[in-house]
Design a protein around this ligand. Structure first.
Ligand SMILES: *Cc1c(COP(=O)(O)O)cnc(C)c1O
Length: 367
C-alpha cells in the first residue's frame, strides 16, 4: 500500500502529466534509493553542494551549477545573485536592495503564473520587476529603453504558460543584454533540453528537478562560474528559507546521471494505451484512439471521445466524477469542451490503466 493511502489520504491516479498539484514526478528505484541513503547519512553540506554543482555542469555544459529546492527558488536565488554578487554583507541584506542595482527586465507576456507568480519570485530575491511592452506585443525598443543604471539583469521565461506570439526571441533579448554588459537569465523550468540555452550563450539558466528530469522535488541553476558561486552563497541569506537538503541533492545527482541513459518507452506506452482503448471501445458512446503528442515528443496518449447522446453523459461530467472518486482519477482535459479527454501514460503506475478503464465503464454504464 502506498504511503499516502496508509495516511488515509485519497489515492490519486495521475493521468494528466507532470503536475505540481499532484506531486510532479514519481522517481525511479535508483533515485528513491539515493534519497533514502542520503537521509540516513551525514555529509559536509558545502562539499556536497559544490559536488552537485560539478554534476550540473557536466550535464548542462555550463561552467558550474547550483542546486535548489525548485525552479521557483532558482528565480529568487538567481535574482539575488545578480544583485549582490559574492558580497556577504549585501547577501545578508536581501530582499532589502535600497540603493543597489536591482531592476529585472521581463517581457510583459512572460510575467506569468506557473502555480505562483514569476514576479513574486523575483521580488523575494530583492528584484524590482520592470515589465516591458504589452501582453501580446513587445518590441526591441521596449527592452532597450527600459535599461537604466539600476538594471541588474534581463529574464526570459521559456514556457507554455507564456504568451507565444509577439514576444522578442531569446536571441534578440540576449543580444540586448550582452550589448549592455548585463547578465541574461532564462527560466526554462519545464524544458527537456538541459544544454540548449547554455550553448546559446545564456549566463544563467534555471530548471525544475521534478518536471522533465523526473527527479525528486528539487531544481537547478546552471551558468557562468562567478554567478553560480554567488548563487550558492545565497544559502547564507535569502536562500536559507528555501534550503535544498542532502536528500534532494543526492536524488538530483542520480536523476541527472540517469537522464542521458533514458530510453524511449514509446512502444510500451502504445501497448498500454491500446489495451485501455480496446476496453473503452466496447462501451456505447465512447471512441478511443492513440494520439502522439502535439509537439512531436515521444508521448502516446489515449484520446477518448465522448458522444454525450449515446453515452448518456458529457465529457465534462465524466471528468468531474472521475476526479471526485476514490481513487481520484485526473485525466488531461485541454479539449473537454469538444468532448475529448486524454490519458497520459507517463505518470501511470503499473496496472492503473485498468483502474481507469474500470471507473470510466462503471460511471458511463451507471450514468
Ligand atoms: C513549474 C515552473 C516553475 C517552478 O518550478 P518548481 O520546480 O515547481 O519550483 C517556474 N517557472 C516556470 C515557467 C514553471 O513552469
Amino acid at each position: 500500500m502506498g504511503i499516502f493511502k496508509q495516511l488515509g489520504l485519497r489515492e490519486i491516479i495521475n493521468a494528466s502529466g507532470k503536475m505540481t498539484a499532484l506531486g510532479a514526478s514519481a522517481v525511479t528505484d535508483e533515485i528513491a534509493q539515493a534519497l533514502k541513503d542520503a537521509a540516513q547519512d551525514y555529509v559536509d553540506i558545502d562539499e556536497l553542494m559544490e559536488f552537485t554543482g560539478k554534476v550540473i555542469s557536466e550535464s548542462t555544459g555550463a561552467e558550474d551549477g547550483c542546486p535548489t529546492c525548485g525552479a521557483a527558488a532558482g528565480i529568487a536565488i538567481s535574482t539575488a545573485a545578480v544583485i549582490t554578487g559574492k558580497n556577504l554583507s549585501l547577501i545578508e541584506r536581501i530582499p532589502n536592495t535600497a540603493g543597489l542595482r536591482n531592476e529585472i527586465i521581463v517581457q510583459k507576456g512572460q510575467l506569468v503564473h506557473f502555480g505562483a507568480s514569476i514576479g513574486q519570485m523575483i521580488q523575494i530575491g530583492g528584484g524590482h520587476v520592470v515589465e516591458v511592452g504589452q501582453a501580446n506585443k513587445v518590441e526591441q525598443e521596449h527592452m532597450e529603453q527600459a535599461i537604466t543604471e539600476n538594471t541588474a539583469a534581463l529574464l526570459y521565461v521559456k514556457s507554455h504558460h507564456a504568451v507565444q506570439k509577439g514576444m522578442q526571441s531569446i536571441e534578440a533579448m540576449m543580444e540586448v543584454a550582452q550589448r549592455n554588459g548585463l547578465p541574461f537569465i532564462i527560466d526554462a523550468a519545464a524544458e527537456e533540453d538541459f544544454q540548449k540555452y547554455i550553448a546559446m550563450g545564456a549566463d544563467i539558466v534555471i530548471y525544475s528537478g521534478g518536471k522533465a528530469l523526473e527527479g525528486p522535488t528539487s531544481g537547478l541553476i546552471c551558468g557562468k562560474k562567478e554567478w553560480m558561486e554567488a548563487c550558492r552563497m545565497q544559502y547564507k541569506g535569502v536562500g536559507r528559507p528555501m534550503k535544498v537538503g542532502k536528500e534532494a541533492m543526492a536524488g538530483l545527482i542520480t536523476a541527472l546521471r540517469q537522464y542521458p541513459l533514458r530510453t524511449s518507452n514509446g512502444e510500451q506506452q502504445i501497448a498500454r494505451m491500446t489495451h485501455l482503448c480496446n476496453r473503452l471501445e466496447a462501451i456505447a458512446g465512447l471512441t478511443c484512439s492513440i494520439k502522439q503528442d502535439e509537439a512531436g515528443r515521444e508521448i502516446y496518449r489515449a484520446q477518448i471521445q465522448v458522444n454525450e447522446q449515446r453515452a448518456g453523459i458529457s465529457a465534462e461530467k465524466l471528468l468531474h466524477l472521475l476526479e471526485a472518486g476514490n481513487p481520484a482519477i485526473y485525466l488531461r482535459h485541454h479539449y473537454v469542451n469538444v468532448g475529448i479527454l486524454s490519458v497520459d501514460p507517463r505518470p501511470l503506475l503499473e496496472g492503473q490503466e485498468d483502474i481507469i478503464a474500470d471507473e470510466i465503464i462503471r460511471i458511463v454504464k451507471g450514468g
